[in-house]
Write a protein of this length. Sequence first.
Length: 178
Amino acid sequence: MNNKKIGGSLVILGLSLLLILFSYNSKINSSSNSIGCNPSPQCQKNNSLLTISNIFIGIISSLTSLGIYILFFSEDKELLNRINTIEYDKKELREEEKFEFLLKALSKDEQDILRFIKAQEGITQSTLRIKTGMSKTKLSFVLRDLEKKELIKKEIAGKTNQLYLKAGILSFSKQITN
């Protein structure tokens, strides 16, 4: 159940109970006035009923106030989650746009290799050779060029290399936008 439903229910319940208690109080007051309220057992009973009903009016007013607060001022977690998701999606889209912009300055072979590395960080050089269909020599030359451009980094893993995108390769756009 969301906050709007809870808050609305509390407000309706509180207002209904307040109306009932106010009508009850008015009946007790009219009863006290008709008796004349001299110090008698009947008058003391009416005064104690008035005191109890006033306490309940305070409690019900607090309940109604809580309902109004929840209805109008409480944050809905679902709404906050949606906003955070939208912001995250925008960031992902911006990162993807930056990456595609970067790829436009590279050759077709370099673009393919960077896409594979981005899709699978830590891909081995032998796996990349199979996926791209390049010879060992050609792949080595293209990877060396990408290393010189500081777009990837190699880490030795046994008899092969693991390939990663260099951290911050998309940070160049921060300088442009700022």
